[in-house]
Design a protein around this ligand. Structure first.
Ligand code: ADP
Ligand code: MG
Length: 333
């Protein structure tokens, strides 16, 4: 693998939850529970899983929008979780986020110009004239025109607003973008336009993406590698093509079986998962998926399987079907 731009090691994010009498009970929501992965320079790394599994929290913690409970977040070789506020502010020039909802993430009282100028001003970049040039250039890069910049965001469609959000995230020339469900709030007809734009921008600016989505078909077309999350854990990581054609973890198989297959020759058995996702406040002991897994065994309820390499380091799965908990590898089925 190429030089990693981002390395996440044993990341945990627990939210304190006030409950019980007078909010005294110490419950924790284990939103992200011991997650490790790395993203290579220029790569698009996908993070998929059902709603509530900890994808956004992972992204927000990496960008230090919320502090990690523990773990290491190395960006360009520096652990950003250990930086001072000012250093984080400086680092943030290189790491930006595109949020899901372009309606909520743009201030309706600001013009496009003000929205794009704000980050430049905050970092004291350029003279007023230079900032104007940068903004005019950027608005065209994302497929809008100069005449749009004096307008307010309510005058735009959802797709156009997401272009403005993307322009804002790029204005400081970052290297790394966390795109958190960037097309989930958009009409299907608009989604591919925005995905194509993200791909063009990646080539143009040598961007590295962490692409978060609950939609596995979106991820397949965009990502090089993908990690599947369940209840705050990564259960499987691999190259997109191998993971989609030969999913190993029973959860990945179930997720993929729910996507319609275009080719009628390909028969895929639909796996219907029983029960609901358990609460991250009180996750099951052993494997987090054990309460819903069609292939659960006794060991799964007792010992949490580690995310372990299968063929090579690129392909890892956390499942007792593939690893004997005593440490001996089980042969592949
Ligand atoms: P996803 O993006 O995969 O849908 P999130 O990262 O948003 O999942 O949430 C993971 C878990 O953490 C959920 O159970 C959610 O309710 C909880 N959570 C997220 N943010 C907070 C917060 N600020 N305080 C308490 N719990 C939170
Ligand atoms: Mg989310």
């Amino acid at each position: 693998m190429k030089q990693p731009l981002l390395e996440v090691n044993n990341l945990k994010k627990y939210y304190r939850q006030k409950s019980g009498w007078f909010g005294k009970s110490k419950d924790y929501v284990k939103a992200v529970d011991n997650v490790s992965f790395s993203v290579a320079q220029g790569e698009t790394f996908g993070l998929v899983g059902e709603s509530g599994c900890g994808k956004s929290t992972t992204g927000r913690t990496i960008l230090q929008l919320t502090p990690a409970t523990s773990g290491e977040i190395k960006f360009d070789g520096v652990d950003v979780s250990k930086l001072s506020r000012e250093d984080i502010r400086q680092k943030r020039k290189h790491m930006q986020m595109v949020f899901q909802d372009p309606y909520a993430s743009l201030n309706p009282r600001m013009t496009v110009y003000d929205i794009l100028e704000e980050p430049l001003r905050a970092h004291r970049i350029g003279s007023a004239q230079e900032r104007r040039q940068t903004i005019e250039r950027m608005i065209e890069v994302v497929g809008l025109t100069k005449r749009h910049i004096g307008r307010y965001t309510h005058e735009f469609s959802g797709g156009q607003r997401q272009r403005i959000v993307i322009a804002r995230s790029l204005i400081l020339k970052p290297k790394f973008i966390v795109a958190d469900e960037p097309v989930s709030a958009l009409d299907v007809s608009i989604q591919s336009q925005i995905l194509n734009l993200l791909q063009d921008l990646q080539d143009q600016f040598q961007l590295t993406y962490l692409f978060i989505s609950h939609d596995l078909s979106v991820v397949r077309h965009l990502c090089n590698r993908v990690a599947v999350m369940y209840l705050g854990n990564i259960v499987e990581i691999g190259e997109v093509e191998t993971l989609y054609t030969e999913p190993l973890h029973p959860y990945t198989r179930a997720l993929l079986s729910a996507i319609p297959v275009a080719d009628p020759q390909v028969k895929r058995e639909r796996v219907i998962l029983q029960g609901d996702v358990p609460s991250p406040t009180n996750p099951p002991s052993g494997c987090p998926f054990s309460t819903r897994c069609p292939e659960v065994r006794d060991v799964c309820r007792q010992i949490k399987p580690a995310l372990t390499a299968i063929a090579d380091q690129e392909r890892r799965v956390a499942c007792h079907l593939y690893h004997d908990p005593t440490g001996k590898d089980v042969t592949m089925p």
